[in-house]
Design a protein around this ligand. Structure first.
Ligand code: HEC
Ligand code: HEC
Ligand code: HEC
Length: 170
């Protein structure tokens, strides 16, 4: 008698599943999260110079300003992150040359010095990824801007190719 009840319970539970499961396949899928350029508006089409601007709150986040702070007295923590990706045998000074006319074409001008083969400068892709993403929630790029790849990497939807558009500082 007891055993039969258990069997009955299993049979009815299983049949409930069999009835519900196919139904759930037809339920509406969850809404996509807002991915810039994919499911949400891309507000930084020329990424580096559209996001690194004078902010509404007065903060000057332009790259010419940020890079001028690499004057040999930069935060040792940030310097050690850059040292970790420096070319073999190079000890970084933590002092950057003035960007000068390089501000007219960011990031293309940066990438000309920061090549994967450079003997003196950290390679660009690593430098940019470490700077924005490696510190997780300690990075304002991850918190304020949600860390999206597509803030920088733009998808050509028909060709399926990626690019990082370049432009002049504002
Ligand atoms: C959507 C906004 C956004 C975009 C796009 C963006 N950045 Fe940034 N970037 C940030 C934020 C926010 C930080 C500060 C991260 C932190 O909290 O340390 C930062 C930090 C940096 C730093 C470190 C500055 C320093 O003081 O050492 C550099 C260099 C930099 N960005 C260059 C670039 C370049 C080059 C591009 C384009 C390839 C780019 N960024 C695209 C938001 C952005
Ligand atoms: C003319 C060549 C040149 C150009 C252009 C250039 N860099 Fe550099 N960059 C270097 C060299 C060389 C170093 C290593 C400096 C050192 O020893 O500290 C460096 C280092 C850095 C560092 C690590 C911090 C430091 O000073 O060591 C960051 C961040 C950086 N560059 C970002 C950029 C960005 C962003 C751009 C474009 C807006 C840019 N660089 C353009 C040559 C260049
Ligand atoms: C702040 C700007 C920025 C963000 C955010 C960013 N990238 Fe990049 N990435 C670059 C730049 C600049 C390059 C070098 C230029 C190029 O390859 O077009 C690059 C190059 C790359 C490359 C080829 C070179 C390499 O590193 O081997 C890969 C792969 C890549 N990114 C993946 C990602 C992924 C995945 C994310 C998100 C988790 C991401 N990137 C987020 C700017 C960014």
């Amino acid at each position: 008698m007891k055993i039969n009840n258990w069997i009955g319970w299993w049979v009815s539970t299983v049949s409930v599943f069999v009835m519900i499961a196919p139904g759930s396949l037809h339920a509406a899928p969850p809404a996509a999260r807002g991915i810039p350029g994919i499911t949400a508006k891309d507000v930084y089409p020329t990424p580096c110079v559209d996001c690194h601007t004078r902010q509404p709150d007065g903060t000057d986040a332009r790259l010419s300003t940020l890079m001028a702070r690499w004057n040999g007295q930069a935060d040792p923590k940030r310097l050690s992150m850059m040292q970790a990706i420096a070319p073999k045998g190079v000890t970084l000074k933590g002092k950057h040359i003035s960007l000068g006319s390089a501000v007219k074409d960011i990031p293309a001008s940066c990438a000309k010095c920061h090549t994967p083969q450079s003997k003196i400068a950290p390679p660009f892709a690593a430098l940019i990824h470490v700077t924005h993403l490696s510190r997780g929630e300690e990075s304002r790029f991850v918190t304020v801007y949600q860390g999206d790849c597509t803030h920088c990497h733009k998808l050509n939807k028909s060709a399926g190719t990626w690019s990082v558009p370049s432009g002049a500082e504002k």
